[in-house]
Design a protein around this ligand. Sequence first.
Ligand code: AOS
Ligand code: ZN
Ligand code: ZN
Length: 397
Amino acid sequence: MAEQNLALVKSALSRQRIETPSWAYGNSGTRFKVFAQAGVPRTVHEKLDDAARVHQHTGVAPLVALHIPWDRTEDYAALAEYAGERGLRLGAINANVFQEDEYKLGSVTNPDPAVRRKALDHLMECADIMDATGSRDLKLWFSDGLNYPGQDDLRARQERLAEALWSVYERLGPDQRLVLEYKLFEPAFYATDVPDWGTSYAHCLKLGPKARVCVDTGHHAPGTNIEFIVAFLLGEQKLGAFDFNSRFYADDDLMVGAADPFQLFRILYEVRAGGGLPGTPESAESDPGIAFMLDQCHNIEPKIPAIIRSVMNVQEATAKALLVDREALRDAQQSGDVLGANAVLMDAYNTDVRPLLGEVREELGADRDPMAAYAASGWAEAIVRDRVGGRQAGWGA
Ligand code: AOS
Ligand code: ZN
Ligand code: ZN
């Protein structure tokens, strides 16, 4: 590859920022069993300590998403300062309107106005927290939906949703955004109120430029062409964030890039082609405003190395996407050379980008091999020794 292109690829890779979720550092499990791990964080501060290790070794993960109330703390400005002292910044604030008894029949779409009020109050509280933490994004995922036909009125629920979203939207500051996540099913099994990107897009379009769609890669029907959704949303300036993870079946929340690295490459190629990667010729803006977040749970594998591995997987797919020879691809496409065009993509995908990423990391002052560096750091042993009584993510801390 020409010297100049290589420099460009490296600069884009060093500018990418991957956001890790606070809840991935804590214990988690399925509804059958939570296998507690020794040394997991007991407080949000300890989650940040762990996140700082991920950033130290990879050089590209300075942002940490919080979840309210799981990360509730007395003083959010002080928490942001604590993060800053460790080279981190607080990222998206994830609202939680799914874990209380009142939400059995929904939160912002609940037929009972008192429940809707309670849910909205929580969303407003999250906006207040964003003011204190300096977070840009409020991430909204609603578990709202129906288990049985006839259980509630589908259209009325959309109207209630729109009303709540509008109140939140109006509350946001000029540099704040809301990102609306969709999910096909679960916990509702008949109808979910935000089941797909079209529903999220329609609401965001009505709200305005500060509302964008969040694509969780595990939230689609099997076989869905996620890169098409990404390409479309980017083209409409409505792609706001990713929740990256892998799935074999449903919302498995496994490590991103573990189940289908080729799909991850295809998604990141569309991000690049649509101008979503800062520092590339395709990207007109210095910050195209796409948050590359992870949304994963590490139920049986050690958490910090799993998060490091996930960050590396996103980087590898991004590097391959950046290696696609756009000119050769355009020529092949223009001349109707089906196999040639496909070969351009596959050449990039089949490149071993690990040495290149090693160089990028070294230039960033991080480690050529983050997994080995973490294993040698002694942190895993220290937290097992020092932290006693870590709890399940989502219940306290
Ligand atoms: C739920 O399935 C969604 O993926 C959420 O994004 C997330 O896992 C949870 O709400 C944490 O914020
Ligand atoms: Zn998610
Ligand atoms: Zn999910």
